[in-house]
Design a protein around this ligand. Structure first.
Ligand SMILES: [Zn+2]
Length: 82
């Protein structure tokens, strides 16, 4: 079973960055892709999984894919939609 990454909109202070039961890394929803990668690499390094110079890899060596960043809904867009 490979490590997966999910984004959460929960308050950052309540996030559990690493859940060993589900092998899930949770990052705040608002992080940019570059910052997300840094955060994921930091968690993986903390798990003693050696990371390559670029990207992030699972304990099995497979690349860890970061979840898609949903487009931010603007205030203007929300107003029109309502
Ligand atoms: Zn794996």
């Amino acid at each position: 079973m490979c490590i997966t990454v999910r984004r959460s909109t929960d308050p950052v202070v309540t996030l559990i960055p690493w859940d060993p039961a589900t092998l899930t890394i949770t990052i705040p929803a608002g992080l940019s892709s570059a910052v997300s990668l840094i955060a994921v690499r930091a968690v993986l390094a903390e798990l003693a999984i050696t990371q390559p110079p670029g990207g992030a890899v699972c304990c099995c060596g497979a690349p860890v894919t970061l979840p898609y960043i949903p487009a931010q809904r603007t205030v203007e867009g929300a107003r029109i939609a309502s």
